[in-house]
Design a protein around this ligand. Structure first.
Ligand SMILES: [Zn+2]
Length: 77
C-alpha cells in the first residue's frame, strides 16, 4: 500500500515537472517573440529600396524609404 502511494506521488511530481517544462518553454518563446519581433523588410513604393519596416514611413498600406518619396507618390496620385 505504501509503495503504491509513493508511486502515485512520484507520478504526480513527474506530471507537474513536465507541465512546468512545457509552460516554461511556451512563456520563453512568447517573450522572445514580444521583445524581438522578426524584422520585416519592406520595399519603398517609390524607388524600391529595401529596408526594415520600423525604419520605413508607412502610408496607406505602402512603405517608403523617406518622407520625400512618400510625398512624391502622394502628389502623383
Ligand atoms: Zn524611396
Amino acid at each position: 500500500m505504501g509503495k503504491v502511494l509513493i508511486l502515485l506521488l512520484v507520478a504526480i511530481g513527474v506530471w507537474f515537472f513536465l507541465r512546468g517544462l512545457r509552460n516554461g518553454k511556451r512563456d520563453q518563446s512568447a517573450r522572445i517573440a514580444q521583445d524581438v519581433p522578426p524584422e520585416t523588410m519592406v520595399a519603398c513604393a517609390r524607388c524600391g529600396l529595401n529596408q526594415p519596416r520600423s525604419e520605413s514611413i508607412a502610408s496607406n498600406g505602402t512603405y517608403y524609404c523617406c518622407e520625400a518619396h512618400r510625398q512624391a507618390d502622394e502628389e502623383r496620385s
